[in-house]
Design a protein around this ligand. Structure first.
Ligand code: FEO
Ligand code: CA
Ligand code: CA
Ligand code: CA
Length: 592
């Protein structure tokens, strides 16, 4: 289906025109299937969704709020099935104003939230695992599957790695510092070669409130991670563990990468402290020639950093159980982008360089708890909000989504962040040694880097950079998540195009090599207020899953008067963050 390609692109779908509308759009010949909506029952004993009187008990058995990361784990495990699998989805945060009737917006919503409602919000965070199947062309979930699972802000999660048990991780409920209730603000994620999920805690700071009358390293930590007296949510008003006066160490137990086995609903998730504590956007892997595994990560804050972790040992292909704690041992690195195109990976290792007791680090555990301060001292390059960092399996090149940074002044511009007041973001490409060959060294301590594109509307915004053949609809703003198809083409999801751009968020496809390199083309337009997350293709590229997050989100929107009621469009039914499946009506390859 679709028209002839624009210029030299290998993508042949008929490109959409930019616009903003209550309903989402795909090119001619494609169809959108709404697969899972906030509130859909996914555990066998879950009640039907009742937005008028939500309860935590119901929510903990239903699909959560604000789906972000999406992954597809084929069933049976180890197969390349494209019509049967486990969908793994993060539930990053909640929009209080759109969840509860009469709650209002802003500070009124925070002060009006009851303990029961706060419990609903906590139950709406976390992740879902849902068995799905495509029958006669249509994707459906199996709500009776014994593999379905909800992880929430209350699920017991073990702490593993060097920081486990550290005194700064101990609380009155957990004097051992090894067991946390829940994971929070899980944004993007990734998977491992051994078939587990790594899901990432991002803006955990906003759940904690109180006077925070701390001094020394703890006060410095609060500042560096944005933990403030006034929380965004009401949880600290109802539950001691979110109150900094009662439990000053509780925030130290968030901001980690969490690993769990989607194929075992009884498995206990583990916070892998060896991968550092930052506002983790995502965590995606690439296997080194010697079998060790590198994990790339972004810390999503203005002027924060890009990281990678390399396991100490190779992964074991024959014995899955042997990989169980592989992520507890390895080396964490932070990136310095030199002006000459060299990338240096600086080890974030206790005792090396400035990471010593004189600077307040007595152990690797303390380096990891304050990863940001360690990276500051190492001289890492402050980036324009690093979101997804993913490897193109066809070339081994690594793509860094830098979503925006309106606070970068002309004085702070550098080669890798070349635009002052960067409201539209850009994409940097890392070229590890051996990229383009079958032996890409993702463990190396140096690489090369280049700019892939600089976003925004050409002509209207200074400093944009795309393929010269880009159409009037192919430009994008605020790259956030990405994925690659089996031909090595990149698919970029956006979040937060400035209102002045008058475009909705969307999904854009582009070649990464050849004459169509960086020629982005608009494939999907989100409904009003929503961002697009978690692009994920089935192994045969025949289905594209997208997480449509925070539909209807804008400053004045409430349950009664949302700016959209996507996807149900029924009176009394609020907008519902949902995962959609996009297929071609003729069953062919997405994008062609
Ligand atoms: Fe949750 Fe970095 O977006
Ligand atoms: Ca998000
Ligand atoms: Ca994101
Ligand atoms: Ca974002």
């Amino acid at each position: 289906p679709g028209a002839a390609p624009a210029g030299p692109s290998t993508l042949t779908f008929g490109e959409l025109t930019h616009g903003i509308s209550p309903r989402d759009r795909v090119p001619e010949g494609y169809e959108i299937q709404v697969l899972l909506r906030w509130g859909d029952p996914i555990l066998p004993d879950a009640p039907a969704f009742d937005p008028a009187s939500p309860t935590a008990e119901a929510q903990a058995r239903q699909f959560g709020y604000n789906n972000d990361y999406v992954d597809f784990f084929p069933l049976p495990r180890g197969s390349r099935s494209a019509d049967h699998g486990l969908l793994v989805v993060n539930h990053e945060y909640t929009n209080t104003n759109l969840m509860f009737p009469g709650i209002g917006t802003g500070q009124a919503a925070r002060l009006g939230t009851t303990a029961a409602q706060a419990s609903v919000e906590i139950a709406a965070h976390g992740a879902s695992v849902v068995e799905i199947r495509r029958v006669d062309g249509t994707w459906r979930h199996d709500r009776e599957s014994r593999l379905n699972r909800r992880i929430t802000g209350e699920t017991p999660i073990r702490i593993g790695g060097p920081a486990a048990g550290h005194e700064r991780l101990r609380t009155s409920a957990d004097p051992t510092g090894t067991l946390v209730r829940g994971m929070l603000n899980n944004c993007a994620g990734g998977n491992t070669p051994w078939g587990t999920v790594v899901t990432c805690e991002e803006n955990f700071n906003q759940y904690f409130g109180g006077d925070a009358a701390e001094t020394g390293v703890q006060a410095a930590m609060y500042r560096r991670y944005g933990i403030e007296r006034a929380a965004t949510y009401a949880w600290d008003r109802h539950f001691d563990r979110f109150n900094l006066d009662r439990e000053p160490n509780e925030p130290n137990r968030f901001g980690w990468v969490v690993e769990f086995d989607p194929y075992d609903p009884e498995s206990v998730p583990v916070k892998r402290t060896a991968l550092g504590r930052v506002k983790h956007e995502g965590c995606t892997h690439a296997v080194c020639p010697d079998g060790r595994v590198a994990f790339y990560m972004g810390d999503d804050e203005r002027f924060d950093y890009v990281y990678k972790f390399v396991t100490a040992r190779p992964w074991n292909r024959e014995d899955r159980a042997a990989n169980r704690d592989l992520l507890d041992e390895g080396t964490l690195y932070v990136a310095r982008f030199e002006a000459d195109g060299t990338l240096r990976w600086l080890p974030v290792v206790h005792g090396q360089g400035p990471l010593t007791e004189a600077n307040g680090f007595r152990s690797q555990a303390e380096v990891l708890i304050e990863t940001r301060r360690a990276a500051d001292l190492l001289g890492a390059t402050p980036m324009d909000r690093p979101e997804d960092v993913e490897t193109n399996p066809a070339t081994g090149r690594v793509y860094v989504m830098l979503t925006n940074n309106g606070r970068r002044t002309p004085e702070r511009v550098d080669a890798a962040n070349p635009r002052p007041r960067n409201d539209h973001g850009h994409v940097v490409e890392i070229v590890p040694p051996g990229a383009g060959t079958g032996r890409v060294d993702h463990a190396a301590e140096t690489a090369r880097w280049e700019i892939f594109l600089v976003a925004g509307q050409p002509g209207a915004v200074p400093g944009t950079q795309y393929n010269a053949a880009i159409s009037g609809n192919g430009w994008l703003s605020c790259p956030d998540n990405c994925t690659f198809d089996s031909k090595g083409r990149i698919w970029i999801a956006t979040d937060g195009a400035p209102a002045s751009s008058r475009v909705a968020d969307g999904l854009y496809g582009a070649d990464t090599t050849g004459e169509g390199r960086a020629l982005t083309r608009l494939f999907y337009q989100a409904p009003t207020g929503a961002e697009v997350c978690g692009p994920k293709l089935t192994p045969d590229d025949s289905t594209l899953f997208l997480a449509i997050q925070h539909p209807g989100e804008d400053a004045g929107s409430t349950f009664e008067r949302p700016s959209t009621r996507w996807p149900d469009f029924r009176e009394g039914m609020p907008p519902r963050p949902s995962v959609i499946a996009i297929v071609r009506k003729d069953g062919g390859t997405i994008g062609s």
